[in-house]
Design a binder for this molecule. Structure first.
Ligand SMILES: [Zn+2]
Length: 159
C-alpha cells in the first residue's frame, strides 16, 4: 500500500525484477558462496519438463540431489514447500543413504514473451523453502525421520 501510494510502484512492477529462473540461479550461487559447495545441473529423470535437478557437491564429493520445481502448472500444488523425499541415513554397515530434497514453489506462468516472475511474497517463500532444502542436504543426523521440519526459525533467517 505504501509503495503504491507514495512511490507509485505496484506489485506487478516489482515482480519484473524477480524472474524465477534468475532468482533461482542467484540463490544457488549464493549458497555455493556461503557453503563452498557446487550445484551441478544433471540430466536425470524428472516428473515435468520445468523441473530442474542438481547434484550437490562439497569439495567434489557428491552429498545429495536437489530438485527445483518452481513454475506453476495444471494439477500442481499451489503452495510452496520443501520435502526430503530421501533422507540421509547411516546404515549399520557404514554405507550412507544420501539425501534428496525437493523444493516446490509457484510463481506466475511464463507467456507472451514474459518469463515466470516472483512477487515479493513468493520470493520470501522461495528463500524460506530453499533454507529447508539446504538443511535436508546438509543433515548428517544418522537416523531417518528425526530432522523433518523443526527448524523454521533457522530457515526464516534466509528470508
Ligand atoms: Zn519452514
Amino acid at each position: 500500500m505504501y509503495k503504491k501510494r507514495h512511490l507509485n510502484i505496484g506489485s506487478e512492477k516489482i515482480k519484473e525484477y524477480f524472474p524465477t529462473d534468475y532468482v533461482i540461479n542467484k540463490l544457488l550461487g549464493l549458497y555455493e558462496y556461503l557453503f563452498a559447495i557446487k550445484f551441478e545441473k544433471v540430466n536425470i529423470p524428472v516428473w515435468h519438463k520445468d523441473v530442474q535437478a542438481f547434484a550437490v557437491r562439497d569439495n567434489g564429493e557428491f552429498i545429495g540431489y536437489s530438485y527445483i520445481d518452481a513454475v506453476p502448472r495444471e494439477g500442481k500444488y499451489t503452495h510452496a514447500e520443501c520435502d526430503d523425499i530421501i533422507t540421509y541415513i547411516e546404515n549399520p554397515d557404514a554405507t550412507k543413504q544420501l539425501p534428496v530434497a525437493v523444493l516446490i514453489s509457484n510463481a506466475s506462468l511464463p507467456g507472451n514473451g514474459v518469463p515466470s516472475l516472483l512477487s515479493v511474497e513468493e520470493l520470501g517463500t522461495l528463500l524460506h523453502e530453499s533454507g529447508h532444502a539446504m538443511n535436508f542436504i546438509f543433515n548428517r543426523f544418522p537416523y531417518a525421520g528425526l530432522t523433518s521440519d523443526w527448524d523454521c526459525q533457522n530457515t526464516q533467517f534466509r528470508e
